[in-house]
Unconditional design. Structure first.
Lengths: 108, 122
């Protein structure tokens, strides 16, 4: 299985801050990397697919980059509704399609 | 718009079979070239993809669960289902159904049900 490792596991930030979350794959997954946002009691919501393509309706303050094994999710100016847990997920070739352990973004 | 809704027992006894159904509303399960997935989330293992099916009935499963999992589809009812046999306490989780969409060669879960908590306990 391809292991996905996110860092940090949690972070504290203030409204307006720039936030960066990193995801590393245990082997190259090209650009087959997706990012999701989850708030308590809700299902994950797709933010970005194919490493850098913004899902329809997602604010432009979210962006993604990377390829191969190293990927980044950036929130350019953190908003109150962005306090949540973020997951990366690889969708490369053969199953299983694995998720990172999550990064919890908390209010500072 | 298309919505997904999970249904099934919230409590299953150890060694028994967990059975869940996902109903697709607001559109046909057969329209478009999608896979239909089951994903679970537990405190111990985070988010775990269980498997998926397309409307021809072709399936892929997580190898770690493959011996215990069956996913089926009923296009006449606009539903797909999950069966997980011989459950134990570690199978306790919130179970989500999700649509597995694609854009060129990229696949992603773009639509999710709200999730249903299944507890394995006697």
């Amino acid at each position: 299985d391809i292991q996905m490792t996110q860092s940090p596991s949690s972070l504290s930030a203030s409204v307006g801050d720039r936030v960066t979350i990193t995801c590393r794959a245990s082997q190259s997954i090209s650009y087959y990397l997706n990012w999701y946002q989850q708030t308590p009691g809700r299902a994950p919501k797709l933010l970005i697919y194919a490493a850098s393509t913004l899902q329809s309706g997602v604010p432009s303050r979210f962006s993604g980059s990377g390829s191969g094994t190293d990927f980044t999710l950036t929130i350019s100016s953190l908003q109150p509704e962005d306090f949540a847990t973020y997951y990366c997920q690889q969708r490369y070739a053969i199953p299983p399609y694995t998720f990172g352990q999550g990064t919890k973004v908390e209010i500072k | 718009q298309v919505e997904l809704q999970e249904s099934g027992p919230g409590l299953v006894k150890p060694s028994q079979t967990l059975s869940l159904t996902c109903t697709v509303s607001g559109g046909s399960i057969s329209s478009g070239s999608y896979y239909w997935s089951w994903i679970r989330q537990s405190a111990g293992k985070g988010l775990e993809w269980i498997g998926h099916i397309d409307t021809s009935g072709s399936t892929n499963y997580n190898p770690s669960l493959k011996s215990r999992v069956t996913i089926s589809v009923d296009t006449s009812k606009n539903q797909f289902s999950l069966k997980l046999t011989s459950v134990t306490a570690p199978d306790t989780a919130v179970y989500f159904c999700a649509r597995d969409s694609n854009n060129w060669s990229s696949y992603y879960f773009d639509l999710w049900g709200r999730g249903t908590l299944v507890t394995v306990s006697s």
